[in-house]
Design a protein around this ligand. Structure first.
Ligand code: BES
Ligand code: MN
Ligand code: ZN
Length: 502
């Protein structure tokens, strides 16, 4: 999709469709500020009077254009109430418009959303164009690689009309919207990919490609190297699968004088069958999504490199497939993690925490991580506690958490803190080993976090449990049925905030 900024009046730009946003409850329909001509203006005012529902939030009305404007169709977009409109809603609206245009094969689009005075008040023109662009990229997403016939046409061009600023001033913000939107879309692609296609090997080769394209340093440790590092918790999880585990380590250096190494760790379980503690058929479907944390972390570091942010980022991604077999680890097995702490595997379905703790120890001992954020589809309990709108966050350092929450707020990815207090440590103490990998029925998300926290030790650490938020059941606004790509934007925003002069 090519995105252009034009000074030309919207009526003089040839296009397949023109996008106009309409607020609810406005007598003066704001069409003047969008600079719509009298005849079209009167027509639209009549239409809106007769059909007030077209201004309801997320409502789309398609009108065939017979006015003196060089466009085929007009898409009227309901914006809802003025008082409650936000940048996040703008992002949804932009996505809805693009999806509709794509459905109707209207491939050249003129947008006027940025001209509306209420929308202008939400932020600078830069921010608004960035948001509309991001929404447009997200709205153009679909996952149809495996469909034999159904191929959606791609939007060719999105033009912001009536722009007084030069495109040189605005382009960086549009580019940022593109990078963020595309990073999220690629996270979704990886997560949506079926496990028979997206093997550990394939994931690693994507990581290599992405790293090479963006000047990111990459190391891929195979099973032998992982054995040499004594990452036995990680090894145990992968030992039942025909696919060999890999540890993917990426490093982006954007600031040579900054000593901080911000480290993202992502859970990369390519398929979670539960292992010998096999999941039931109701819970096993969609478990190819269990590498969402890994995809998020990979695309976040790539996005950060594309934006050339002045920070240093490490991404550590343990990849394994959790399968039952004659070589699988068993409930009751005791292993010694890389840190030296011994773990009794009580339930082989609590595998995420096992791979994460060795990855965290590796990040600290081998790479010198100074700050940690792990992202994982870790517990059904988190989904039960917070539902599908909020990811759970846990920390050992309130200042570090504050920074993550500030970033999530900017990214419009909702997060809610849950506790992981030492008072629950008893729940994960084992009779025969130092720790066990499950903590019983109560506070399952918290005891999982507490387990990971034992390995983060004194390094500032935030754990983001995305089990409830990593996918959605239906397409709505900027979300497309399936993976959401959640976390990608938060990590990019976090890196933006952590930049230092260099
Ligand atoms: N990958 C699952 C968590 C999950 C559940 C993600 C639902 C997305 C949707 C994780 O590995 C798991 O199986 N967790 C267990 C932990 C339990 C055995 C302590 C769970 O939540 O049931
Ligand atoms: Mn599991
Ligand atoms: Zn899992």
């Amino acid at each position: 999709m090519i995105i252009e900024i034009k000074k030309n009046h919207l009526e003089s730009i040839a296009s397949d469709c023109l996008i106009i946003g309409i607020f609810e409850d406005t007598k003066n329909l704001d069409l003047k500020e969008i600079d719509i001509t009298d005849s079209l203006g009167t027509y639209l005012e009549d239409l809106i009077q007769a059909t007030p529902s077209c201004s309801k939030y997320k409502e789309v009305t398609v009108i065939h254009n017979h006015h003196n404007i060089k466009t085929k169709k007009i898409l009227l977009l309901g914006l809802g109430k003025k008082e409650t409109f936000t940048l996040d809603k703008l992002c949804h609206i932009s996505a809805i418009a693009i999806r509709k245009a794509q459905e109707l094969s209207l491939l050249t689009i003129v947008s006027t959303l940025h001209l509306n005075s209420k929308i202008k008040k939400l932020g600078s023109l830069n921010e608004i164009l960035k948001t509309i662009t991001e929404g447009a990229i997200l709205g153009s997403y679909n996952f149809s690689y495996y469909k034999s016939s159904e191929k959606t046409k791609e939007i060719k061009k999105l033009i912001f009309a009536n722009c007084n600023n030069t495109s040189k001033e605005l382009k960086p913000y549009i580019d940022e919207g593109i990078v963020i939107g595309e990073s999220v879309n690629f996270t979704k692609d990886l997560v949506n990919s079926p496990a028979n296609y997206l093997t550990i090997e394939k994931f690693a080769s994507y990581a290599k490609e992405i790293a090479d394209e963006n000047n990111i340093n990459i190391k891929i440790l195979d099973e032998n190297k992982i054995k040499k590092e004594n990452m036995n918790a990680f090894l145990a999880v992968g030992q039942g699968s025909a696919q060999k585990i890999k540890l993917i380590v990426l490093k982006y250096i954007g600031n040579l004088i900054d000593e901080d190494l911000i480290t993202f760790v992502g859970k990369g379980i390519m398929f979670d069958s539960g292992g010998l503690s096999l999941k039931g058929s109701a819970n096993i479907y969609n478990m190819h999504h269990d590498m969402a944390g890994a995809a998020t972390v990979l695309n976040a570091i790539a996005g950060i490199a594309k934006l050339k942010l002045k920070v240093n980022i490490l991404a550590v991604i343990p990849c394994a497939e959790n399968m039952p077999s004659g070589t699988a680890c068993r409930p009751g097995d005791i292993i010694r993690s890389m840190s030296g702490t011994t773990i009794e595997i009580v339930n082989t379905d609590a595998e995420g925490r096992l791979i994460l703790v060795d990855a965290i120890t590796y990040a600290q001992k081998k790479e010198g991580a100074t700050h940690l954020v792990d992202v994982a589809t870790l517990t059904g309990a988190c989904k039960v506690a917070l539902g599908t709108d909020y990811s759970g966050v846990f920390t050992n350092d309130n200042n570090w958490l504050k920074k993550v929450l500030k970033a999530s707020n900017k990214a419009n990815e909702k997060m809610w803190e849950l506790p992981c207090p030492d008072s629950y440590l008893d729940q994960i103490k084992s009779t025969f080993a130092d720790l066990k990998n499950t903590g019983g029925r109560f506070a399952g998300a918290s005891t999982a976090a507490l387990f990971i926290g034992q390995f983060a030790k004194d390094v500032p650490w935030v754990h983001i449990d995305i089990a409830g938020t990593s996918d959605v059941e239906k397409t709505d606004g900027y979300n497309y049925k399936g993976a959401t790509g959640v976390g990608t934007k938060t990590l990019i925003e976090l890196a933006k905030d952590l930049q230092k002069p260099c």
